[in-house]
Design a protein around this ligand. Structure first.
Ligand code: ZN
Length: 293
């Protein structure tokens, strides 16, 4: 006879409790497959960082390699609460591009991670979604540089500068919170240190509905513009919530608690519009970076 003991109230309770533990509230999709950076070593870390919050079930959509037939690449963006872009490469098929724009427009969340800001220079909607981009021969027509000057956002059209996305040698830098009331930054120290990393500068783009959350000063004698560069910011696109986190060149930089926590909080906010995660005890202060092995 088939045993039905597991259907006892206690058995049912255990089963339901197990289900409750096993089912995170949000789903995330990491998109990769091509990137001027080593996406094969960063995507697994990003996946783990999302999963360890207990908030995300994570899938990865990997595109065909560079130069291969992209017509088969059709991730079901609409099935997710947040899409993490770790992609920079060949154009997606029109159908996929439209599905992505519809997803964001309709309220989908997006996290643009590090070099994904260099993707798709000629895709108008992508540039509106990411707010600011770099590299890819973006010119002044793409939009202004965004800097933080005199306590507020400054749009610098820089019509004569062809520079679009650059950084000096990897260096430790301090992030300064510019919007302490946003759910992503609420409760973080006003200033916090990051490990040796590329300090992205000269990003430019349409920058519509853009909110700067944190900047870092890029000294001219270390390959920077001598400006406060926006490295963590949000964009509202339609009903969609977009966050760009410019930190995190390689797995070594993904050990930085400054990256880990801003990435995890950005993902939750993009997915849900709120942040429930506590600021961890090992979050860095203004002087010394904090690292998790
Ligand atoms: Zn990099």
């Amino acid at each position: 006879m088939f045993r039905r003991d597991w259907m006892t109230p206690l058995g049912l309770w255990i089963m339901m409790a197990a289900l409750a533990v096993a089912e995170p509230p949000y789903s995330a999709l990491i998109v990769d497959g091509q990137n001027g950076h080593d996406w094969k070593s960063t995507s697994p870390v990003l996946k783990q960082l999302l999963e360890e919050t207990g908030l995300f079930k994570v899938d990865v959509a990997t595109s065909p390699p560079k130069g291969q037939d992209m017509s088969v690449f059709k991730p079901n963006f609409a099935a997710y609460n947040v899409v993490v872009c770790n992609y920079q490469g060949d154009d997606w098929p029109e159908e996929t591009k439209k599905a992505f724009v519809d997803y964001v427009q309709g309220g989908g969340g997006v996290v643009i991670y590090h070099f994904a800001c260099a993707a798709f220079p000629n895709w108008k909607e992508y540039n509106e979604i990411i707010g600011l981009g770099g590299w890819g021969r973006r010119t002044p027509e793409w939009g202004p540089y965004i800097r933080w000057r005199d306590g507020k956002v400054a749009r610098d059209p820089a019509p004569d500068s062809k520079k679009t996305g650059s950084h000096g040698p990897a260096q430790p830098f301090q992030l300064v919170v510019r919007d302490p009331d946003h759910p992503i930054t609420k409760g973080l120290p006003a200033k916090f240190m990051h490990v040796d990393d590329e300090l992205y500068g000269w990003l430019r783009g349409p920058a519509k509905n853009l909110t700067v959350l944190a900047t870092a000063f890029a000294p001219a004698d270390k390959g920077g513009a001598g400006e406060n560069e926006p490295l963590l910011f949000t964009v509202q696109y339609g009903k969609g919530r977009v966050v760009q986190n410019a930190l995190g060149h390689a797995p070594e930089q993904l050990k930085s608690v400054a990256f880990i926590v801003t990435f995890q909080r950005a993902a939750e906010w993009a997915a849900s519009g709120k942040v429930t995660q506590k600021v961890p005890d090992d979050f860095p202060g203004p002087d010394k970076a904090s690292v998790r092995e």
